[in-house]
Design a protein around this ligand. Structure first.
Ligand SMILES: [Zn+2]
Length: 70
């Protein structure tokens, strides 16, 4: 069964436990293994994407990403 809080880094496949932090769409985090900047791109189900792959649709605002798609 899939553990909702456990995600894999899209860059290095490392396991990242999101269950103890607020994982909302736009939340930025760093992979503890490869140090890739990741962003929560979906919350149901939880999905992580490398920041660079979506940076043309989103803009960084502090530690949050805002969608520029409008
Ligand atoms: Zn990684």
């Amino acid at each position: 069964m899939l553990d909702e809080g456990l995600q894999r880094c899209p860059c290095c496949e490392a396991r990242i436990d999101l269950s103890d932090q607020q994982a909302e769409i736009g939340t930025l985090l760093e992979c503890p293994v490869c140090k890739a900047e990741l962003v929560v791109s979906n919350d149901e189900p939880l999905e992580l994407d490398p920041v660079f792959s979506i940076s043309n649709q989103w803009s960084v605002n502090g530690n949050q990403l805002l969608s520029t798609d409008h």
